[in-house]
Write a protein that binds this ligand. Sequence first.
Ligand code: COA
Length: 355
Amino acid sequence: MPNTKIAGIGFYVPEQVVTNHDLMRHMDTTDEWIQERSGIVERRFAKRTEETTTTLGAKAAEIAIQRAGITKEDVDFIIFATLSPDYFFPGCGVLLQRELGITHTEIGALDIRNQCSGFVYGLSVADQFVKSGMYKNVLLVGSEVHSMGIDFSTRGRNVTVLFGDGAGAVVLQPTEEKGKGVLVSKLHSDGTHAEQLAFINPGCHAGYHFKKMGTEVDFGYEDVEFGGLFLTQKMMDDGMIFPNMDGPLVFKHAVTKFPEVIMEVLNDQGLSTSDINLFVPHQANLRISQLVQRQLHLRDDQVWNNIQRYGNTTAATIPIALCEAWEAGKVKDGDLICIAAFGSGFTWGASLIRW
Ligand code: COA
């Protein structure tokens, strides 16, 4: 059975740079607060009406495809991870196919909804397809345009200052080289705190989960015989259409689950943290990355962080960071790369890749 290797990697971030000082003109926040709590200095925002999650993903994909030495027509499966899709449906997978101009239909497109761990989940799915021999050129994309769906008033500041737009992509192919490629992935989930990091409205839940949890919320649904609206005026008036996040709760879980799952993949392979050449954590918060680094006794040169420049781009953070590290010559043939993510769901996971 072949292993799955990353044959090409690319990333794209919008040109528009938005600094913490720019955000301060819209909400009650400070550059010091943002930097001290998250490490973020600036982020990129997509050009409204000209760029979408799909188009950013397509730009990253084109680079990855070219670096893999294939053509767009060679791609036989698309996996698109995002929490900020262009449409509720269909997903960005087919929109990316169209954007790339792939007109043949000998291809499948799958959308992954695992938020911050979308890339790790996507890699694991792609790995199974490649290993089984079903597909030879899987295009995995993580892309987000958060700037279209966050609250730029002070009410949303705990979330809004953290997020940015961007995309990363990889082309995955089979390799017969022993011990190379994706060595292992471990995936986890726990729905207990689903609403604590969530984009709840619009949705088709009609308040069900809140009622079940005994925390009934008035979403402004009309009393009708059946059906109803997934977006109400009250949701818009009360700002219920923005992401909800219990930051401290997410932080607490993240700093526990990251080291756990990283040790799990290392133990699976009989490896230790000192064997890692480069650790590329999901970029949620520089403080989270630094705490994880310390817990795992990793040196600075073993870790790649770039949240300072891009903020949290959710499904895109890992491929963007991995691509930057690769471009900087930090990822060499034979290196052991560890990627790990934690996020909404909660879902989390890690993979080890021998480059
Ligand atoms: N600017 C200024 N003040 C802000 C602010 C902002 N952007 N956002 C929140 N605050 C305020 C809060 O209102 C609160 O004020 P209060 O003490 O008067 O009530 C205070 O800062 C502290 O808020 P808290 O949420 O406890 O801060 P924190 O130290 O936990 O940092 C996060 C907040 C969001 C940076 C941090 O919890 C975090 O990063 N969590 C993980 C988030 C994450 O990773 N999300 C993505 C998951 S993949």
